[in-house]
Design a protein around this ligand. Structure first.
Ligand SMILES: Nc1ncnc2c1ncn2[C@@H]1O[C@H](COP(=O)(O)OP(=O)(O)OP(=O)(O)O)[C@@H](O)[C@H]1O
Length: 456
């Protein structure tokens, strides 16, 4: 009997699914068999509770196995940079080591390494697959990148759309074209989160003068995920002044957001009207045709051929966002390449079982609330009640956290389902549970267990 079957039989289907559902078999080297767990928690749990048994079973089928080690799956590729500043090189009298690298703007308590980064090289217009859902945003981005002077009616360019649909890709593509056309153009790209952090830091170190100087002396300012600024009054004011100052100087501003200006919450009216005063371009959810077309383009660059029916399968099954779609293709290709497995639909199903299960199984807020209430032995009604006693507030926060993790609902939508609470309450809950997962072992266990039960 295979090891997995024996284990499943002994510990039961449910526990097997919970603990081994996403554990992957790694390599056997010098007697050591490696397993890879998706989280630290699963790694520790499996090691502690099942380590001996797994070793014994393996030894009974393969005498070469001397020990079993459970590792964490290798971390994903580093996130894209939060900030990119490109300024023309300054004259040699001021800068003794002239390099073609972008010069750092006035420093605001950060190292040069962090901000003198290049945009993602592959995020170009050439690599952006155009289809019905994104053709307008693409055309708008192209047009802005090719203008010599910003046109008032297209300033700012405001691109909005759901997570992972290509907003950042388009911004970086604009960056490339602008810098290719004129390397002297001062372009600053950063996320709104980075803007806020820099602003707070400037306030703390009483360096707001430098902060203003940096932001008000660029030719093009790009701020990604601008919705992050909502609800942060002082940062919003500063952003508003920066914005006005740049527009007055006829400098181009490019923004991205998950939502149109009209749907941003906790934002001053003057800011909202400013954001929507130029060209607003949306990216709609992807269609099957666009997903397939993106996959075909990406597969052309893969080192192993990927059959069309596998691409069709992926385009059909993974409809959430392009980032996940790309990730799925990469995983299938990596398995084909590294293990030498033939790429087929069955193989893709096998390799992507966790992702597909998630896609197939849509968890609802009702289910989350019921599970969490039952787990903590509180009444379901407490999920929406105004009571703040820790005994009910903590489970409620766990449920909000899970709703954010396991559903596609926005923070305001989740807030509504929990007694019409404000989205900032949900945001606070998510952050709190994230913190507690690190500092409090029992919360980490609860969350992990609930997540598995809900997705199981
Ligand atoms: N039309 C497209 N053609 C090719 N690749 C695409 C396309 N749309 C998205 N992608 C790819 O999908 C991934 C996610 O895109 P991107 O990071 O730009 O999304 P986003 O909308 O900025 O997401 P977020 O809201 O998380 O910031 C990137 O690797 C990007 O290259």
């Amino acid at each position: 009997m295979r090891v997995c079957d024996r284990l499943r039989k002994e510990i039961g289907d449910k526990a097997f699914k919970t603990w081994f559902g996403e554990v992957e078999l790694g390599e056997l080297k010098a007697g050591k068999l490696r397993l890879y767990a998706p989280t630290r928690f699963v790694r520790d749990w499996v090691g502690r509770h099942y380590g001996d048994r797994v070793l014994a079973y393996w030894q009974s089928v393969n005498t070469e196995v001397k020990n079993v080690e459970v590792n964490l799956v290798p971390p994903p590729a580093p996130r894209r940079p939060n900030e990119i500043i490109a300024m023309p090189p300054v004259p040699s009298s001021q800068n003794s080591h002239q390099t073609p690298m972008p010069r750092m703007g006035p420093s605001i308590g950060r190292g040069a390494d962090e901000i003198s980064q290049n945009p993602e090289a592959r995020y170009t217009f050439a690599n952006f697959v155009v289809g019905k859902p994104n053709e307008f945003a693409y055309a708008a981005a192209r047009n802005i990148s090719e203008q010599d002077m910003p046109l008032p009616e297209r300033n700012p360019l405001y691109i909005f759309g759901g997570v992972g649909l290509g907003k950042t890709h388009l911004m970086h593509a604009i960056w490339h074209v602008i810098r290719e056309r004129d390397p002297k153009t001062r372009v600053l790209y950063l996320t709104a989160e980075s803007f806020v952090n820099r602003f707070i830091q400037a306030l703390r170190t009483k360096n707001t003068g430098q902060f203003k100087e940096l932001f008000r002396n660029v030719d093009v300012l790009m701020v990604d995920d601008v919705q992050f600024i909502c609800g942060k009054e002082a940062s919003q004011d500063e952003f508003f002044f920066t914005f006005n100052s740049l527009v007055e100087q006829n400098k181009q501003i490019i923004l991205s957001s998950e939502k149109p200006p009209s749907e941003l919450q906790d934002i001053e009216e003057r800011m909202r009207s400013r954001l929507g005063s130029g060209l607003v371009a949306d990216i709609h959810s992807s269609t099957y045709e666009l997903r397939l077309s993106i996959l075909q383009t990406k597969a052309e660059n893969a080192r192993v051929p990927v059959p069309v029916n596998v691409l069709e399968f992926l385009a059909h099954k993974i409809s959430t966002n392009i980032r996940e779609l790309e990730g799925a293709l990469n995983r299938v290709v990596a398995h084909g390449q590294l293990i030498g497995r033939e790429i087929t639909v069955e193989m893709a199903q096998d390799v992507l079982h966790d992702l597909l299960r998630q896609a197939d199984r849509k968890v609802t807020v009702d289910e989350i609330q019921q599970r969490v209430a039952a787990h903590y032995n509180i009444k379901l009604a407490e999920m929406s009640s105004p009571r703040r006693a820790r005994s009910v507030a903590r489970p409620r926060q766990v449920a909000m956290y899970l709703a954010k993790q396991l559903t596609t609902l926005s923070l305001p939508q989740i807030g509504k389902r929990f007694g019409n609470r404000d989205h900032t309450t949900v945001m606070h809950a998510v952050r709190k549970i994230e913190e507690l997962k690190v500092s409090d072992h029992s919360i980490a266990e609860d969350v992990e267990l609930l997540k598995r039960q809900l997705q199981g």
